[in-house]
Write a protein of this length. Structure first.
Length: 475
């Protein structure tokens, strides 16, 4: 009997949350229903999600940055159809297939001249695991430095480099010899590098958890200090890479020449899990140093043909549609359009970022009435205020956004890089409306806050979610 996807979906329409509650993660179901995010999406195109009621949602989350080209991009879809129709010999394993070689070459061509090799993986965290192993092996050193607020994934090694406590709780012991340093603090980094025993400094060029940026001078010093002390510079571009910040690699804003670059998320146009670790020949050849060690690090599904085809098609679309330049231009336009709201609303402290990775930082206003309301929210739960923006953006304006990290009032915008004036205007108008309400302290915002607190998301009453987080802000 033929498999009939449409019939299967039709037969079970709307059962998604019940199935997740019964067979998967009931706590996530509670979080999403508490926030009122429990929709049944049936289609996705470009920057929009469409639910079973036919309502369209502007997606400023892009699957945590995966859909840089928008959803259901026709060129990627067609490339994948071609790959399936071609009956490609996938995952032969004892083989050197053509497509991974072509994708590796395309990636190397886009990096600085020191980058010569690529190792493929299946996710962001897997690329970070590889980077940790490669760095230790290539330097014969153990120590790894990472930053506060850092997020590099949630597998054991990557979690050892996580700059927050929330994700680590209950999972120890993690990797030894991983040391946290403050992001942007060059003196702290210098102190740790002084002993010449650090294998790698692993760092995001813009930190995803909060959209934090460091100064130009910091990056210049990072590069020269790492070189001087024989420490490998590992730049995690899992979220920032592939044009997100207006450069193909975000580190190109500062002319950095990392020894290892990790890439994932947007690399396959959102369709197929994929990751890539780009390295210098010195690093790579130290790991894969002999025929005995030719497969000393590998992963069964890495290099899979569908991911490679999607990756090649994604790079072609990025070139054909001028996506990197577009992200730069549209990002500037978006930040300019948001800036007047900083002047208009005391609650909105800062709009920051690069390209289309944008953080909206909220803080307590000066005026007394408003300040008291803000303090009340924060007392109920630190970082609650930003949820009071995210929730009405979704309910009233059908715009999907996320809180950037635990316990902070920062919203992160990661729209598809293909958005235009229509989407920017829709977002700015919606944010203006929600902030006007927040400033007035209207019933809606109080209602949202009270209902969330009532639903058990208050800090200290969170057995039900297993965490103190008010929403799915993992990326
Ligand atoms: C900078 C960075 N590195 C690594 C990861 C982990 O990627 P994955 O979720 O694919 O394991 C993420 C995910 O958000 C990330 O933002």
């Amino acid at each position: 009997m033929a498999f009939d996807l449409a019939a299967l979906l039709a037969a079970h329409q709307g059962e998604n949350f019940d199935l997740h509650a019964q067979f998967m993660n009931p706590e996530l179901v509670k979080v999403l229903t508490t926030l009122g995010f429990d929709r049944y999406y049936v289609r996705a195109e470009g920057a929009y999600l469409i639910d079973d009621q036919g309502d369209r949602y502007l997606d400023f989350l892009s699957g945590f940055g995966v859909f840089a080209l928008g959803r259901s991009h026709p060129v990627i879809k067609d490339a994948l159809r071609q790959a399936i129709e071609a009956d490609l010999p996938n995952l032969v394993q004892l083989d050197c297939a053509l497509l991974p070689g072509l994708l590796a070459k395309e990636l190397v061509d886009r990096a600085h001249p020191g980058i010569e090799r690529v190792f493929f993986a299946n996710s962001g965290a897997e690329t970070v695991e590889a980077a940790i192993k490669f760095a230790r092996c290539a330097t014969s050193r153990k120590r790894i430095l990472y930053c506060d607020h850092a997020f590099h994934g949630l597998t054991n090694g990557a979690l050892s480099l996580n700059g927050g406590k929330e994700f680590k709780k209950g999972f120890g012991p993690l990797l030894p010899d991983c040391v946290q340093v403050p992001f942007g603090d060059i003196d702290a980094l210098a102190r740790h590098l002084r002993r010449d025993d650090v294998a790698a400094f692993v760092v995001e060029p813009i930190q995803g958890k909060g959209v934090y940026l460091a100064s130009d001078g910091y990056w210049e010093a990072v590069q020269s200090l790492c070189r001087a002390h024989g420490t490998l510079l590992v730049i995690d571009e899992v979220q920032t890479g592939m044009g997100r910040t207006g450069r193909f690699f975000c580190h190109q804003h500062w002319g950095l020449e990392p020894d290892i670059i990790t890439l994932s998320k947007a690399l396959s146009g959102g369709y197929i899990p994929v990751g890539a670790v780009l390295t210098t020949a010195t690093v790579f050849d130290a790991v894969f140093s002999s025929m005995e060690r030719a497969v000393v690090h590998s992963s069964t599904f890495a290099r899979n043909q569908l991911a490679m085809v999607a990756g090649l098609a994604t790079l072609q679309v990025i070139d054909d549609e001028g996506i990197v330049e577009r992200a730069d231009k549209v990002g500037t336009r978006m930040m300019e359009a948001l800036q007047p709201l900083v002047d208009k609303y005391e609650l909105l402290r800062e709009v920051r970022g690069k390209g289309l990775m944008i953080g909206l930082h909220f803080g307590p206003p000066e005026s007394r009435g408003q300040r008291a309301r803000f303090a009340m929210m924060e007392l109920a739960r630190k970082g609650l205020f930003s949820q009071l923006i995210v929730v009405p953006l979704f309910h009233r304006h059908r715009i999907l956004t996320q809180v950037a990290a635990d316990n902070v009032n920062i919203i992160k915008l990661l729209p598809p890089l293909t958005i235009g004036d229509e989407e920017i205007d829709a977002f700015v108008t919606a944010l203006d409306d929600v902030l006007a309400d927040a400033t007035r302290g209207s019933g809606l915002l109080v209602e949202v806050g009270t209902s969330m607190v009532r639903n058990g998301l208050r800090r200290g009453r969170t057995r039900s979610t297993g965490s103190s987080r008010p929403g799915p802000d993992r990326s």
